[in-house]
Design a protein around this ligand. Structure first.
Ligand code: TYM
Length: 338
């Protein structure tokens, strides 16, 4: 049996979204709406696995609305592609429990994101942070989603979702029950790096705000952060020059290419041999031109939180209409009386 094509993706409402979230995910979501049906989730249940989302209910609520506003401002059309928060669709948590019994400890022990996030004191991390990728598998498979547009950092989690799907299908003798969801990782923005250190990914949790461009930054802040971005002492490379060993130059070129929707090679030709200050000012102009309309629309949407809540409720109803019958099938397959 082949499964119907369906896209599912999500972002965590912890801190503010940044350019990496936009270029690695949101920008591609908008394109995918024209290719297949899509569902976009704000993963508030994942957010409480992080310190920034835990024990601060007002901040979590605010941040959930902000992420929903970013989806819409970035081009997701909630009439076509339901937008909802995970907390309003109980089937995510129900399936995650079943999947906790499918996934093996050894599989989760290999997850690099848990190792990074738990740091030196693994025993002090929450159990939720550890089983985070299991909930992510449930987010996807509770809809039998087939395509998951994400940045490169989520690849390992997608592999786990595929392993969980295969093991469930095998252990319960239902070969086609869940599809094998495919990561969709395309373009030059799939791994946007920190502006302060080209070897670290741009992240919401980086202590330095200058390391990232937030979707809420104004034009002056964007220009200032790009001006201060770390570079090396050499001019920009030409088409035949090596980029290896120049992570900051590579990152800025990738960002430009992703924002301009151009091939990186074309950007290299256009700026070959120029100094960074010229390139940075072009990059700042382009970034502002791309982000400013999104930021403005986010601000407008956030002025009416009740309207955002209506969008989320409506999205959750549509999402449940898909998830509930699938979850009923899961329960029957497992042997639960329903
Ligand atoms: P999150 O909230 O960390 O990030 C949201 C999306 O942004 C991408 N991303 C990046 N892309 C390029 N460069 C970067 N520096 C960068 N930083 C973040 C991420 O790859 C992601 O696509 N576990 C997920 C959320 C999630 C999810 C899901 C995603 C929960 N359930 C189901 C897809 C399907 C996460 O923490 O993303």
């Amino acid at each position: 049996m082949s499964h119907k094509q369906l896209v599912l993706s999500g972002m965590q409402p912890t801190n503010t979204l940044h350019l990496g979230n936009y270029l690695g995910a949101l920008k591609n979501w908008v394109k995918m709406q024209d290719q297949m049906p899509c569902l976009f989730c704000v993963v508030d249940m994942h957010a409480i696995t992080a310190d920034a989302g835990y024990g601060q209910p007002a901040e979590l609520t605010r941040s959930t609305r902000e992420v929903a506003a970013a989806y819409i401002a970035g081009g997701v059309d909630p009439k076509r592609s339901p937008i909802f928060n995970q907390g309003q669709v109980p089937e995510h948590g129900e399936l995650a429990w079943v999947f906790n019994c499918v996934a093996r400890l050894g599989w989760l022990d290999r997850m690099t994101q848990f190792k990074e996030k738990s740091g030196k004191h693994k025993e002090r991390a929450s159990v939720g942070l550890y089983t985070y990728p299991v909930l992510m598998a449930a987010d996807i498979l509770v809809y039998r989603a087939t395509h998951v547009p994400v940045g490169e950092d989520q690849k390992q989690h997608l592999e786990l979702a595929r392993d969980i799907a295969a093991k469930f299908n095998n252990d319960f003798g239902v070969p086609d029950f869940f599809p094998q969801p495919e990561p969709v990782i395309t373009g030059s923005g799939t791994r946007v790096m920190s502006l302060r250190d080209g070897s670290k990914k741009m992240s919401k949790s980086d202590e330095s705000d200058n390391s990232r461009i937030n979707l809420t930054d104004d034009a002056d802040m964007i220009a200032d952060k790009i001006r201060r971005a770390k570079t090396d002492p050499h001019p920009l490379p030409g088409p035949k020059d090596e980029l290896a060993g120049r992570p900051e130059a590579e990152n800025l070129l990738n960002i430009y290419a992703a924002l301009a929707d151009q091939d990186r090679d074309k950007v290299i030709i256009d700026f070959a041999g120029q100094n960074f200050s010229t390139f940075k000012s072009a990059l700042a102009d382009l970034t502002v031109a791309r982000l400013e309309p999104i930021t403005r629309e986010m601000r407008r949407l956030l002025a009416d939180p009740a309207e955002i809540d209506r969008v989320l409720k409506d999205g959750a109803q549509k999402a449940r209409a898909i998830a509930t019958p699938i979850m009923d099938e899961v329960k029957k397959t497992v042997g639960f009386i329903i």
